[in-house]
Design a protein around this ligand. Structure first.
Ligand SMILES: NC(=O)c1ccc[n+]([C@@H]2O[C@H](COP(=O)([O-])OP(=O)(O)OC[C@H]3O[C@@H](n4cnc5c(N)ncnc54)[C@H](OP(=O)(O)O)[C@@H]3O)[C@@H](O)[C@H]2O)c1
Length: 324
């Protein structure tokens, strides 16, 4: 089968598409023909060996995918079923072998590209906004990096939860993209006066909840405008720098800094994960949530998918189409 193979931790330019044997299957596992794989920020870190946990070499990158079961029967899955999945690695390949816990049945009518870019970002957004911040109807939600993978998911989920969503992004295209997916207002947070704009947009109230996948100095600036009893969600550090927050700020604002780590959700709070996932699947099945698919690339163009994401050029999540 064809697969992207990381033999040495390296930049995407040095990673090759290769012909490799199909993975071996054991009892209790399922073989899935991969139709599409989503490329997230974490995948970019993993191929370079810069993620907090390193995949042993060689490995096939790609953590999120959608496809069809072609071999094995376990956990209610059988050949012919359409599925979406999340795994530690292996999705950028024509086939993947996983246990049933990695899979979720795909509702009819949901395209593979949608399913492959759905679970990580939308579950992160719902876990953050609902599970951690208890975002309420009518509250003001500020989303930083609002056109990125997690950001655009937070815009859409924020609207579904009844918040007023203010999208912060660096370019007109990105702000238009966030508006097109439901944001009520937008801000160019690369401008020095952006906090005055936020104050005006919220009538001096500030943001009740801040969804922050960006980090760096922007995070501290944003916290300074949080509303009384506001909640600032620490999601990631796409800008690179981990900010340091002076402790007097939470005191003065009656505010809270809340960590969000999707990787720990299944083991720490399995019941919550189940509930949030079923809420997402309901929204997906009844059409209330139409997840954003960014650009779709052919498998041979996998490097371009990574580069677009790594050079701050992505709108939504990048997807690689693998089989028809
Ligand atoms: N905590 C969790 O469970 C969890 C789950 C998923 C992802 N994450 C983390 O969340 C972060 C964002 O992930 P994502 O998938 O949303 O990434 P993404 O699609 O690349 O979006 C990140 C956004 O950050 C902004 N940004 C600001 N400075 C940047 C820089 N120097 N380089 C790149 N982007 C920059 C960009 O928006 P502008 O150009 O508009 O500024 C970009 O759209 C990552 O650190 C990822 O590891 C965490």
């Amino acid at each position: 089968m064809k697969a992207v193979v990381v033999e040495q931790y390296a930049s995407i330019d040095q990673i090759e598409l290769k012909d490799v044997p199909s993975p071996r299957i054991e009892a209790g596992q399922l073989r899935v023909r991969v139709e599409a794989a989503g490329i997230g920020f974490v995948d970019g870190l993993k191929i370079e060996g810069r993620y907090q946990t390193k995949d042993p070499l060689p490995f096939i990158p790609g953590t999120e995918f959608a496809g069809v079961v072609i071999e094995g029967m376990a956990g209610g899955f059988e050949p012919g079923m359409r599925v979406m999945g999340m795994t530690r690695s292996g999705a950028l390949a024509e086939e993947i072998v996983v246990g049933p816990a990695a899979l979720h049945p795909l509702p009819d009518g949901v395209a593979a590209e949608v399913a492959a870019s759905f679970r990580a970002n939308y579950l992160t957004a719902l876990y953050a906004l609902s599970g951690r911040a208890s975002l309420c109807e009518g509250e003001q939600l500020l989303v930083l990096g609002a056109a990125g993978g997690t950001g655009i998911a937070a815009v859409q989920i924020g609207k579904l939860l009844g918040a007023r969503v203010i999208a912060a992004a660096s370019t007109p295209d990105k702000r238009d993209f966030a508006r097109a997916h439901g944001a009520d207002a937008d801000i160019d947070y690369t401008q020095t006066g952006w906090r005055d704009t936020l104050k005006e947009l919220t009538n001096g109230h500030g943001a009740d909840v801040i969804f922050d996948p960006v980090g760096g100095e922007i995070s501290v600036q944003a916290f300074r405008l949080i509303a009384w009893r506001g909640r600032h969600l620490v999601v990631g550090f796409a800008a690179g720098a981990i900010p340091a927050l002076p402790f007097n700020l939470p005191l003065l604002k009656g505010g809270a800094l809340l960590g969000v780590d999707l990787a720990q959700l299944p083991t720490r709070e399995p019941e919550l994960q189940k509930r949030l996932m079923s809420e997402l699947m309901n929204w997906l099945a009844n059409g209330e949530l139409k997840p954003v698919v960014g650009r779709v690339f052919a498998l041979e163009e996998f490097r371009e998918a990574f580069r677009t994401m790594q050079t701050r050029g992505a709108l939504g999540k990048m997807v690689v189409r693998i089989a028809k």
